[in-house]
Unconditional design. Structure first.
Length: 303
């Protein structure tokens, strides 16, 4: 499994990220992004993002959701604004339209939502691309408009007091490090959130928040921190279930591959047995040469 590399650090491997993303996605249903400052319906379902192999090596769609109004939402986040990123988003759109066959359903709404970290303000970006034959609009979320200190103080107070977090506060938790402006502030906040998350008594909620933290901070988190958080998640009962599921799936693929190979080998032996029959050899003589075929299997070839 290849790892994504960046200068000075490496993100979690895609295999590990897929497991964590699945844990996170399973718990995202009925959650809302409204707390980030955008008026959207709640998440109804997490959509699969697998692409054909010929395309998947070029771009990876990380977040595709179906919302309660049945619209689809492609969600990405950026720590810098670049006008040319709209080409990347357009590629996401084209591939989603193709994969979901949206060209057959003109009533299906597809949204592109870009979450800008605390580094970016509303004045620095442009949501529209207009080249005459194509008008393209993204919906923008600016985390710089949230109060990181107030959010963190509230979360810290409630978790330390053993109080239950609302759905809105849960969504604030997983995005909190990205609300801060500098890289150093983000890094230290990730670690504070990890330590804070470990205090949550409800294991399912703890796993949801920490897996969400990993998914949303994937582009900025240091490799060592990501591995520590991932290991903590996998130590939990919920995390172990997903790990066991992943192993079972791998064993199933191996078994299917072996079974397919055995079928191919038996077919080849049967072809050889047919040629031996044409040369006048008896069933007993053929079985003496090809021990992997039973007497009955060789006899059936005469029909």
């Amino acid at each position: 499994m290849q790892k994504r590399k960046t200068r000075g650090r490496r993100s979690i491997t895609y295999q590990n990220k897929d497991v964590v993303s699945k844990i996170f996605g399973e718990n995202l249903m009925n959650k809302s992004l409204a707390v980030y400052g955008v008026n959207l319906p709640k998440i109804k379902a997490v959509m699969p993002t697998n692409l054909p192999a010929i395309e998947a090596n070029e771009l990876r769609i990380d977040n595709l959701f179906r919302l309660e109004d049945d619209s689809l939402a492609l969600i990405d986040y950026e720590s810098r604004y670049k006008a040319e990123n709209k080409i990347k988003y357009l590629n996401y759109v084209v591939r989603t339209v193709k994969k979901e066959h949206l060209y057959r359903n003109t009533d299906q709404v597809l949204r592109v939502i870009i979450i800008y970290t605390g580094d970016i303000t509303r004045e620095e970006t442009k949501a529209e691309l207009d080249v005459g034959c194509l008008q393209f609009n993204v919906e923008e979320i600016f985390l710089s408009e949230l109060d990181a200190i107030a959010i963190e103080q509230n979360l810290t107070k409630k978790i330390n007091a053993g109080e239950e977090l609302s759905d809105e506060e849960q969504m604030e938790f997983i995005i909190l490090p990205l609300v801060y402006r500098t890289k150093e502030e983000k890094q230290t906040c990730i670690w504070r959130c990890f330590e804070l998350g470990k205090k949550i008594p409800c294991q399912e909620l703890q796993v949801f928040l920490l897996s969400g933290l990993l998914v949303f901070t994937d582009k900025v988190i240091e490799r060592e921190e990501s591995e520590k958080i991932r290991r903590w998640i996998m130590m939990t009962k919920v995390g172990r279930l997903f790990e066991e599921e992943k192993i079972a799936y791998g064993e199933k693929l191996v078994a299917e591959a072996l079974e397919q190979q055995e079928r191919k080998e038996k077919q080849s032996l049967m072809e050889i047995a047919k040629k031996m029959m044409k040369r006048g050899m008896s069933t007993a003589e053929i079985q003496g040469c090809i021990t992997n075929l039973t007497y009955e299997e060789i006899e059936r070839l005469k029909a």
